[in-house]
Design a protein around this ligand. Structure first.
Ligand SMILES: [Zn+2]
Length: 498
């Protein structure tokens, strides 16, 4: 009798082990015994494949001895149930075709395993699998969802050029050195709470669906690298240049780095990557990230566009919480302006450190915008919408924005100075009419120009001898706007020109 639960060969006991030849311990197996195992296994395999009633091949809990392997290019018709299986040697499924699905839940691969070129048609389940040695999925095709939840890759793994045509679920998986170069994720990719214990490469990877790195830990280097390649095609004797753009996260891909943790941010690279839909909320140490190059950020602003982060864009829209889309949190109830300002501050530091002041300026504006919107009254959030709108537009920081766009625009103070001198010119021309209304035909042009000249002189601290309250006010405004102008200009030059 085999003690293994639901053993298909329950009545056969092998050498008083208490188990059948499939389930017994293979540690002390001799070569002769291994041959016997192989013969019995393939006999069982063929019987099961041929049997029309049998829908799935039951290998649950089998222990495979050393030197056992499958032939390359095998085509499996039925569902293969490899749950709890232990493979004690290197295993090859090169070019295998799994037509009926395959389930490796809680299996253990004690040797290398190679799925290069394999095709998974209707189900690929690697939940809680332990890969003790190298695992290769090079050029494999998953036509279905690929489940790797909580799998443990204890050695290198390689998914180069693999094609995930369904969803790819790597939630809580742990990797030790992994390579997703040129891998294509056609649908959503889930890397939530994944632990990358060693280097992770995402070079020329394409993520087409939503991508989630929420609470993921990157302990070593990680590269997100895209490319823009010029491909020259000749057609009817003429050459056509085609640009092949890969920005890693393609235009439909939301990507979530919130709460993720880069242990060695200096080893993190984002090169030629589209981050216009990337969330970085509560992501640590982004100020120290090694490279942000050729990044496509989101844009904000009606007239003059500035680079913005997606977390800010999201606060403009009334998102609702959707359980299986964790990046869309409820921002109506909780607009995390303070935390978004923090991301901007870190990005600004990062860009300034790399002497990229134009973008740093944009992030500074973003930071100030977040502070302006985060209005508080006696330390408490203003819940009333109208009151909130008013207070965020009359605060000191709001005026700093209106007067010089947070010191980033030196042209704005000039416009204000022009308007102020003009306004005061009308007043000096005829203070009474200023309040009762002018008849434009009654204004004498040369006399008015004279008043304007006086007004300009006052603004630049050259007042006439008599002192009035309006002159006093205009002089104060003069000091303020000249200072704002000089500060903005200084900022521009200090950056070393753009
Ligand atoms: Zn058994």
């Amino acid at each position: 009798m085999c003690k293994y639960k639901n053993c298909p060969k329950a009545e056969e006991e092998y050498k008083k082990t208490g188990y059948c030849i499939f389930h017994c311990d293979k540690e002390k197996f001799t070569e002769k015994e291994i041959k016997k195992f192989k013969d019995e296994f393939w006999k069982y395999f063929e019987e099961q494949e041929k049997d029309k009633i049998v829908k799935k091949l039951d290998f649950v809990g089998f222990e495979f001895p050393k030197t056992f392997s499958f032939d390359d290019g095998l085509k499996f018709k039925k569902l293969l149930d490899f749950r709890d299986v232990v493979f004690n040697d290197d295993l090859s499924f090169v070019d295998a075709v799994f037509n009926g699905g395959v389930d490796f839940t809680t299996a253990g691969f004690n040797g290398k395993v190679d799925f290069q070129g394999a095709i998974f048609r209707v189900g690929a389940i690697f939940r809680w699998v332990t890969f003790s040695c190298e695992a290769r999925f090079l050029d494999a095709t998953f036509e279905c969802d690929a489940h790797f939840e909580m799998a443990k890759f204890k050695d290198k793994s390689n998914f180069r050029m693999a094609k995930f045509n369904g969803g790819a679920i790597f939630a809580e998986t742990s990797f030790r050195g992994t390579d997703f170069e040129m891998t294509n994720f056609a649908k959503d990719a889930e890397f939530k709470k994944v632990v990358f214990e060693d280097d992770a490469k995402f070079r020329y990877t394409t993520f087409n669906g939503d991508t989630n790195f929420n609470e993921t830990k990157f302990y070593r280097s990680v590269e997100f690298v895209g490319h823009s390649m010029k491909i020259t095609v000749s057609m009817y004797g003429s050459r056509i240049d085609n640009w092949d753009e890969n920005q890693v996260f393609l235009k439909n891909s939301h990507v979530n780095f919130s709460d993720s943790n880069f242990e060695h941010p200096e080893k993190v690279q984002f090169v030629n990557v589209d981050l216009s839909k990337a969330s970085f909320l509560h992501c640590k140490d982004i100020d120290k990230i090694g490279r942000f190059e050729k990044i496509k950020w989101a844009q904000k602003g009606k007239f003059s566009k500035r680079k913005a982060i997606y977390d800010e864009i999201k606060t403009d829209k009334p998102y609702v919480y959707i359980a299986d889309k964790p990046y869309e949190y409820d921002v109506i109830a909780n607009k995390p302006y303070e935390f978004i300002a923090e991301i901007y501050r870190k990005l600004r530091l990062n860009y300034e450190h790399n002497l990229r002041f134009s973008e740093a300026g944009d992030f500074y504006i973003g930071e100030m915008e977040m502070r302006r919107k985060n209005v508080k009254l006696f330390g408490r959030e203003i819940k009333n919408r109208i009151l909130n709108l008013i207070s965020r537009n009359i605060s000191l920081i709001a005026w700093y924005r209106n007067f010089s766009y947070y010191g980033e625009n030196y042209f704005l103070p000039v416009v204000w100075m022009f308007a102020i001198t003009l306004g005061f010119a009308f007043y000096y021309y005829s203070p009474a009419d200023f309040f009762t209304g002018f008849d434009i035909h009654g204004i004498n042009a040369s006399n008015f120009l004279e008043s304007w000249k006086t007004s300009i002189m006052i603004l630049f601290q050259m007042p006439p001898e008599q002192m009035t309250f309006s002159i006093f006010i205009e002089r104060i405004l003069g000091v303020l706007f000249v200072a704002l102008f000089v500060l903005a200009l200084r900022r521009k030059f200090k950056k070393g020109g753009e």
